[in-house]
Design a protein around this ligand. Structure first.
Ligand SMILES: *[C@@H]1O[C@H](CO)[C@@H](O)[C@H](O)[C@H]1NC(C)=O
Ligand SMILES: *[C@@H]1O[C@H](CO)[C@@H](O)[C@H](O)[C@H]1NC(C)=O
Ligand SMILES: *[C@@H]1O[C@H](CO)[C@@H](O)[C@H](O)[C@H]1NC(C)=O
Ligand SMILES: *[C@@H]1O[C@H](CO)[C@@H](O)[C@H](O)[C@H]1NC(C)=O
Ligand SMILES: *[C@@H]1O[C@H](CO)[C@@H](O)[C@H](O)[C@H]1NC(C)=O
Ligand SMILES: *[C@@H]1O[C@H](CO)[C@@H](O)[C@H](O)[C@H]1NC(C)=O
Ligand SMILES: *[C@@H]1O[C@H](CO)[C@@H](O)[C@H](O)[C@H]1NC(C)=O
Ligand SMILES: *[C@@H]1O[C@H](CO)[C@@H](O)[C@H](O)[C@H]1NC(C)=O
Ligand SMILES: *[C@@H]1O[C@H](CO)[C@@H](O)[C@H](O)[C@H]1NC(C)=O
Ligand SMILES: *[C@@H]1O[C@H](CO)[C@@H](O)[C@H](O)[C@H]1NC(C)=O
Length: 499
């Protein structure tokens, strides 16, 4: 009798409250006990913030510690979180290893339960084919490219060399850099040219060959994306080649900045609040509550899946909730002035400190990259006079070197250029002449000529005043046409044209 009455009550209740749920369980997979207690505390507090949580609605926290073993983590997500009908999961990272956050994302993603990452910065999480329901309050490493572009424009470095490892993150940051540096959103048309891209295989123990290639180029501004381990080898080899001293500029990613032999004068970025788990937990919970409140106004919210054995029906609410979270904007969040997400669920408007390596383990902040509410844009502020550049100099390097040896091409053009074929018995040109071989299109030795005339005098005078040396040759086809101009070894082709 009692049991019938009880189920009757529930039936009545269920009918009365036929609308959306009023109890929400939020899962947390966090790195330590301290974070877990922050998580519980923040959710308990959230229930009293009526701007986000209407009266009658209650949020509950279900938290577990993340395990370095991804399989155990996945099983625990089922056993401890999904069994409690969590509507979303907040995930941090273990102290060692980085596979577990991905395991949480796969497991929850399978049931379309939104996952908010608060520390994973690998670009792989941006792939929404794999991490279908993953968002994060931190930006992926590749977003540093945006700041790099602004930094280069600030320093007026328009020619750079890009060095990256041949992995997902390396390619992602290059792709983003190329897109951002070519975009036209500014009034001033400043284009940054990538002189060459050096893609290296991670894990080698000698990068001398790759560095030689860079040394030959004109640009002296190096943008480096490398893991800690690779950066260590690269910096060691670069120092041996004198590439970390005066005249060079190193702009490196966050991982490379932490290497103990990072060159003095290097510039890098540090994500503000990156290690403040509490702040990230707080922002993710508030974004979540705000999304659920918004969704409650127009959408049906169905109960979250209860166990991992049921793979039958898709939890539509989860998919919709993901979209709602992604569209949330939190002004004055704990992790920045504006917390928002892009189409991949990656954090945008993240703020950075611009850090300058001024000595062994001396990282000094020389600027900031912050959100400016007035313009609704990110703003770079740099104290140029605080920067110490490689070689411990205080003046900004030029960022390039001018080639000192040129290849010059000319044609016979009387009265400006006269040519004289050297016969077998005559080996030398006279003092007012310059040797100018005529090569056939192929690389055969060709015939030797001497050139003189007004243009040749001008060339000699230029070489003397500008201080360069040159090799002169006659145009193979006898005219100024399209000739191969680009040669990565730093030699240049200057075409004498007078008409
Ligand atoms: C964390 O909490 C668990 C259970 O509450 C406890 O067994 C463990 O000893 C705690 N660990 C630390 C480092 O405090
Ligand atoms: C790296 O290779 C270069 C030649 O490619 C060699 O001269 C140099 O000694 C090597 N460095 C190390 C640390 O093995
Ligand atoms: C680097 O500089 C030092 C001294 O300035 C010099 O002895 C050495 O040969 C240079 N090394 C290279 C590879 O240029
Ligand atoms: C959803 O809206 C109803 C009606 O306005 C309200 O009673 C309920 O508390 C809301 N639930 C949430 C989670 O905001
Ligand atoms: C919500 O569910 C009710 C009953 O199942 C249905 O009549 C209504 O159209 C649904 N509303 C939306 C926005 O899907
Ligand atoms: C770092 O180096 C700069 C310049 O040498 C110096 O002014 C500053 O005090 C140093 N900071 C630390 C923390 O050692
Ligand atoms: C040509 O120049 C070389 C040195 O550059 C000299 O030894 C030689 O005697 C010269 N030949 C003639 C024919 O002047
Ligand atoms: C250049 O090539 C043409 C035909 O390919 C040939 O007739 C000519 O002799 C060559 N000249 C030289 C200097 O080798
Ligand atoms: C010209 O360049 C050479 C080599 O780069 C250098 O040794 C010489 O001092 C320079 N001369 C002048 C006048 O700048
Ligand atoms: C550039 O020119 C030099 C000689 O001038 C040659 O040895 C080298 O192979 C050329 N490099 C490329 C990439 O064409």
């Amino acid at each position: 009798m009692g049991i019938t009455l009880l189920s009757f009550c529930f039936l009545i209740l269920a009918n009365v409250e036929c609308g959306n749920p009023i109890y929400f369980n939020i899962g947390g997979v966090l790195s330590n006990n301290e974070s877990i207690s922050h998580f519980k505390e923040i959710i308990a507090h959230l229930n009293f913030v009526h701007q986000y949580v209407p009266r009658g609605v209650t949020y509950y926290a279900t938290a577990m510690k993340i395990d370095a073993n991804p399989i155990r983590t996945a099983l625990n997500v089922c056993k401890l979180l999904i069994s409690q009908r969590v509507y979303a999961v907040v995930v941090s990272h273990p102290l060692t290893g980085d596979l577990s956050p991905a395991a949480v994302s796969y497991t929850s993603g399978f049931y379309h339960i939104p996952v908010i990452g608060i520390s994973s910065r690998d670009s792989a999480f941006s792939d929404k084919n794999i991490h279908v329901s993953f968002l994060r309050t931190v930006p992926p490493y590749s977003h540093q490219a945006d700041v790099w572009v602004d930094l280069l424009k600030h320093f007026n470095y328009l020619k750079v060399i890009f060095i990256h490892s041949s992995d997902t993150d390396g390619r992602a940051i290059l792709g983003r850099f190329q897109t951002t540096s070519q975009s036209h959103d500014d009034d001033v048309e400043i284009k940054i040219q990538v002189e060459s891209v050096i893609e290296f295989e991670p894990g080698l123990n000698n990068y001398t060959a790759q560095l030689y290639e860079m040394k030959d180029a004109q640009a002296r501004v190096y943008l480096l994306y490398a893991s800690k381990k690779d950066a260590n080898v690269i910096f060691k080899d670069a120092a041996a080649l004198n590439m970390t001293y005066a005249g060079y500029v190193w702009i490196v990613t966050e991982q490379a900045l932490d290497v103990q032999n990072v060159p003095i004068g290097a510039i890098g970025l540090k994500l503000v609040h990156a290690t403040d788990e509490r702040a990230h937990i707080q922002d993710s919970i508030y974004v979540l509550a705000s999304a659920l409140r918004g969704m409650n106004q127009t959408k049906n919210i169905t109960e979250a899946p209860k166990d991992c054995d049921n793979s039958g029906s898709i939890w539509e609410t989860g998919k919709t909730l993901f979209e709602y979270i992604r569209n949330q904007v939190l002004i004055k969040g704990a992790t920045g002035m504006k917390v928002a997400f892009d189409d991949n669920g990656d954090r945008i408007n993240a703020e950075y400190d611009i850090v300058n390596v001024q000595g062994p383990s001396n990282h000094t902040s020389v600027g900031t990259y912050t959100y400016d509410p007035k313009t609704d844009k990110m703003r770079l502020a740099i104290a140029d006079n605080k920067i110490i550049w490689p070689g411990k100099v205080h003046t900004k390097p030029e960022g390039f070197i001018l080639p000192t040896h040129l290849k010059v091409l000319t044609i016979e053009e009387k009265p400006f250029v006269y040519t004289r074929l050297l016969k077998d018995d005559d080996k030398n040109c006279t003092a007012d002449e310059i040797k100018c071989p005529h090569f056939n299109s192929t690389n055969d030795p060709g015939e030797m000529y001497c050139c003189r005339g007004f243009c040749m005098d001008l060339l000699k005078e230029l070489a003397r005043t500008i201080n360069f040396t040159f090799d002169l040759a006659l145009s193979p086809d006898g005219q100024f046409g399209n000739y191969i101009i680009k040669n990565s070894s730093g030699t240049f082709l200057l075409i004498f044209l007078l008409n």
